[in-house]
Design a protein around this ligand. Structure first.
Ligand code: ZN
Length: 128
């Protein structure tokens, strides 16, 4: 990955408060062991939340490394979005992820609770 793209990713992550643009969960930037310890995750789980550069318009569709096209997404969301044969738009994918999160059907079982039950506006776990 180019240095420019690394810088773009880190800048995007910082502007997003180090939350994934899709699932809004904390992302792991730089220290997977520390991240795993902090949230009580396995290393494998921490790596799912590794901070990656997300091309809002995929490179294969002509999207570049410009600031406006690069956001920060966790590895899990990034991989699943681009694995689809016909990837959803960023907005539609974010809605899809939030819907799945609310049903507990996005991350491996037990992970969300360890992350504080966050995930989108209002959070997944509503407290009255
Ligand atoms: Zn995510």
């Amino acid at each position: 990955m180019s240095k420019l793209l690394v810088n773009r990713r880190i800048a995007a992550a910082a502007s997003q408060g180090f939350l994934c643009i899709y699932c809004r969960l904390p992302m792991c930037e730089g220290d997977p062991d520390g991240f795993a310890r902090r949230y009580g995750l396995s290393l494998r789980q921490a790596l799912l939340l590794r901070c990656t550069a997300e091309h809002l318009r995929a490179r294969m569709d002509g999207g570049g490394d410009g600031k406006a096209n690069v956001a920060a997404a966790c590895a899990h969301c990034n991989m699943l979005r681009h694995r689809a044969r016909d990837p959803l738009s960023p907005l539609a994918f974010a809605a899809h992820v939030q819907h799945r999160l609310k049903r507990g059907a996005w991350l491996p079982a037990g992970m969300l609770g360890k992350l504080g039950g966050r995930g989108g506006p209002g959070g997944v776990v509503r407290r009255s």
